[in-house]
Design a protein around this ligand. Structure first.
Ligand code: ATP
Ligand code: MG
Ligand code: MG
Ligand code: MG
Length: 479
């Protein structure tokens, strides 16, 4: 089954269960001080769960673009090294706002996976919150009793608070969750080690695919729990992981979500994926990062020197450096992947096609400008390592690399770690603070990289009028 069809089947299924299908919200958040990017399917609906406003239907479903590169969920360091964490990924979700609860959420998840998608139930495990009496949370017996109607009890595992209890923050709506995990190892491997012992243990073929959150409590300021008058369902399934299972491959990167990009990287860089471990990591990193950067630009966030824009710049520079060091690409090439990406994804995400030219131009320019200093920066970093008297190099020197050569701190950290080194973080921070203090004095006027001319909720984003230096002008059209 092609990834396009897998996504569509999810939406069709929940539509048949009276859900309203909504498009993905933009990934870049402008007015949430607690979050820079949407990092889960529920983020755009947060206010509804808090009781502010009403969704257009009390049953919704969608495929939400998520980015996990900062804050509470930061998977950046895993990306490329493992085969199932991405920076940008799609989270398929269905929601009930005070409507259906555990019985339906579990029944439908099971029906979709085993009947619609035809997944063999013998590769599935489910987890149930086992409770922690100190803070009033209890075993989720209700979920356990529902699950055992579908799956044998030896495949229902008990989970702790870290994996099986979801909270929005210190206060507010929260509740237990049940996760669905798959074990796609060979029969031979399964005979050697019981799958149960590998759930939640970072095994690349025993992975979590779907999280069903049952919001049934409100956490009060004193830490105690009260039962919510109306209960909600919030689910999130990793689309690329689901594709891995349904396409019968062992890695997200072997699904048709990634193979067109990987083939293109192989052609451009004259390498073969699957032959050399270090090159494979680089190819995975680049195919992942180009998606994150392209989708962010399409959503209106350009690379820049601060805030969300700097996160995007760091991701792109990370990709450039992997190409430079491990695939020997000394000139811009990542922008050339945008064409393949657009062809493949724009049916589901038309914003990519609408912004294609801008995305290519921005990525190409960013690549070119970083490549101009990357070579010299790497030479300098080598000399820092050579002249360092300990395995911890100077924080001031790492700061100089950032300041002069545009090496983001995490990139330098990554390169140092590859060589068995670290750097003095305290010293780095001090230098950064000194510079920021100087900057504040020098200019009272700070210009951001967002310039929105007119905007309200009833408008549709249609593009950029101009792109100049760090200023971008966004037009909106009434819909
Ligand atoms: P994991 O334990 O694998 O890191 P998670 O528990 O952090 O996942 P949730 O917050 O429960 O993930 O998100 C719901 C679903 O989104 C997960 O079950 C998984 O399928 C998917 N998912 C989470 N993080 C990523 C990621 N970085 N890349 C791709 N898919 C992801
Ligand atoms: Mg995680
Ligand atoms: Mg998990
Ligand atoms: Mg989870």
């Amino acid at each position: 089954m092609k990834s396009q069809d897998i996504r569509q089947k999810f939406l069709d299924f929940f539509e048949s269960k009276q859900h309203t299908i909504v498009p993905s919200a933009p990934m870049v958040l402008k007015d949430d001080p607690t979050l820079m990017f949407v990092n889960s399917g529920m983020a755009p609906f947060k206010e509804y769960f808090l009781g502010n406003g009403q969704p257009k239907s009390n049953r919704l479903a969608d495929s939400q673009k998520c980015l996990r590169v900062s804050g509470k969920h930061n998977d950046l360091e895993e990306v490329g090294y493992d085969t199932y964490h991405h920076t940008l990924f799609e989270m398929l979700g269905n929601w009930s706002f005070g409507d259906y609860f555990k019985k339906e959420a579990i029944a439908w998840a099971w029906e979709l996976l085993t009947e619609v998608y035809g997944i063999d139930k013998d590769i599935l495990y489910v987890t149930v919150f086992e409770g922690d009496n100190e803070d009033g949370t209890k075993l989720d017996q209700e979920a356990y009793d529902i699950w055992k109607q579908y799956i044998s009890e030896d495949r229902i595992l008990m989970g702790n608070k870290k994996d099986n209890f979801w909270e929005m923050g210190d206060q507010g709506p929260c509740g237990p969750c049940s996760e669905i995990h798959v074990d796609i190892r060979s029969a031979e491997e399964k005979a050697k080690v019981d799958g149960k012992s590998l759930v939640n243990e970072d095994h690349p073929q025993v992975v979590e695919i779907w999280n069903l959150v049952f919001m049934q409590y409100n956490r009060k300021a004193d830490g105690s729990l009260e039962v919510l008058p109306s209960k909600h369902i919030d689910t999130g399934m990793g689309f690329e992981r689901l594709c891995m299972v349904l396409q019968d491959v062992q890695s997200n990167y072997d699904t048709d979500v990634f193979t067109p990009l990987i083939r293109e990287i192989e052609t451009i860089t004259d390498t073969d994926y699957g032959k050399d471990n270090q090159k494979d990591v680089a190819i995975r990193v680049i195919s992942d990062h180009v998606r994150a950067v392209a989708f962010s630009i399409a959503d209106g966030q350009l690379p820049s020197n601060n805030g969300a824009g700097y996160v995007i710049r760091r991701i792109l520079r990370r990709a450039v450096r992997y190409g430079f060091t491990f695939l020997d690409k000394k000139e811009p090439f990542i922008y050339r992947l945008v064409d393949v990406l657009t062809k493949q994804m724009s049916k589901a995400f038309p914003e990519l096609k609408a912004q294609k030219q801008l995305i290519e131009n921005v990525i190409k320019e960013e690549e070119a400008s970083f490549l101009r200093t990357l070579d010299q920066g790497l030479i300098l970093l080598d000399s820092i390592i050579e002249t360092s008297s300990s395995k911890e190099v100077s924080g001031a020197k790492v700061f100089e690399l950032k300041d002069t050569y545009g090496f983001p701190e995490d990139l330098t950290d990554l390169i140092l770690r590859e060589k068995g080194y670290s750097y003095n973080k305290k010293e780095f921070k001090l230098k950064l603070e000194e510079q920021q203090a100087r900057g504040k004095q020098a200019s009272a006027l700070q210009s951001d990289d967002w310039t929105v001319l007119i905007e309200d909720e009833e408008q549709e984003f249609i593009g950029y009028d101009a792109l100049e230096a760090n200023v971008k002008i966004v037009r909106y059209r009434k819909v």
